[in-house]
Design a protein around this ligand. Sequence first.
Ligand SMILES: NC(=O)C1=CN([C@@H]2O[C@H](COP(=O)(O)OP(=O)(O)OC[C@H]3O[C@@H](n4cnc5c(N)ncnc54)[C@H](O)[C@@H]3O)[C@@H](O)[C@H]2O)C=CC1
Ligand SMILES: O=C(O)C(=O)COP(=O)(O)O
Length: 455
Amino acid sequence: MTQAQNIFRAPDAELSVSPSAATFHSPLSSFGGGALPQRAQPKQLKPFNTQDIKILLLENVNQSGRDILTGQGYQVEFHKSSLPEDQLIEKIRDVHVIGIRSKTKLSEKVLREAKNLLVIGCFCIGTNQVDLEYAAHHGIAVFNSPFANSRSVAELVIAEIIALARQLGDRSNEMHRGTWNKVSNKCWEIRGKTLGIIGYGHIGSQLSVLAEAMGMSVIYYDVVNLMALGTARQVPKLEDLLREADFVTLHVPELPETKNMISATQLNQMKDGAYLINASRGTVVDIPALINAMRSGKIAGAALDVYPSEPRANGDYFINNLNGWEEDLRSLNNIILTPHIGGSTEEAQRAIGVEVGEALVRYINLGITLGSVNMPEVNMRSLTLEEPDHARIIYIHNNVPGVLRKVNEILGNHNVDKQISDSKGDLAYLMADVSDVQTSDLKEIQDALEALSCK
Ligand SMILES: NC(=O)C1=CN([C@@H]2O[C@H](COP(=O)(O)OP(=O)(O)OC[C@H]3O[C@@H](n4cnc5c(N)ncnc54)[C@H](O)[C@@H]3O)[C@@H](O)[C@H]2O)C=CC1
Ligand SMILES: O=C(O)C(=O)COP(=O)(O)O
């Protein structure tokens, strides 16, 4: 069952903080006859101005994003790390907006408590940490930054290819311990070697261009048939890539299909003395199998930036049994271990802060869902200050026949200036600007929509 949400926005909500610029959030109400185990509790009907909006920012979201949100007058609470689940649940109950990065898990269990939550900003690429389906069906939009850190990840991987080929990590560690160990045995140029890219999306394709510029041959495997850049070549099967590549690098999302996609069988299919790089998600590589393959010499080196379990904050966590194999991993030669820093550059974080910060403001103030990963993308010309008795109505509902007719019967008592509706799967998003409407009318419209949603 889809939950319906109505949001009423006054014309100048984006600009003004005066009570006349009130925005209303109606109760969540059920719509349709299906069976959700839990019926969402109603949201409090509350006219608000921008200062009423409460935002919780976790995981050290960049200053650029914080500036955009505080610049709107919203109340912003900022934390450098993620929160333990019990504290997260406690805090999320109270906020309208949450901003996270890759660590904070917004599961159904957590979102069930988020009775006032309107929108989630993932200040990163991945959205696997959020239950997108649950959020959508409870009227909570989710935004991310689809490619602002792609270049940073691609550059890190280029650095790792050379570092692994030249055993740079080991030589550097030895020098730090005072040991001079000048060797050329099993150290290689990368020129003329084959890079196998698994997942040829934003990061994989950017990496392809950089690798070719350095004289590598590029092959890639992807579930989608994608245009090859430069002289790269798509191979039909993962196995083809594994058998041919000197360096294998993973750039796929975390999905049930990508869990342990590199395990003992796939490592065996790789060339003897090949290298493996994973800066995608920790679940994609079976790490105990990698440890075995490196101990046997089958795999000559690896770089890991991501792990199935990662610590919540900075500190000496990698000596503990977070995953159970940290000690074994740390004892291997020619393995570069980094703390999920693929996207951690000043450029990327600043750009992500701006992109997601602006998307949140557009959604909170204007209901615009452009770039949302779980809602239909809807945009409509904003109301202006010259339109004083107008309101913007957002109605998130089940995508079933007859809804628009019923909604328009309700809105028909006013003048509908403009209206747009779009759907994504079983979810639909309607935005309507109505004129000749007073604040008192909004409650009436809301009640009518609520009643409608109960049918
Ligand atoms: N280490 C870090 O700091 C960062 C890690 N990431 C991770 O990298 C991942 C990839 O990022 P993008 O390139 O931006 O994603 P993207 O969505 O642009 O590309 C992913 C590609 O993987 C392909 N794919 C999906 N399932 C596949 C499968 N089973 N087998 C082969 N190909 C498959 C897709 O068709 C797509 O072309 C993200 O999902 C995120 O988890 C992203 C940014 C930073
Ligand atoms: O963008 C992503 O998906 C990443 O993995 C980067 O995550 P982070 O923002 O560093 O927690």
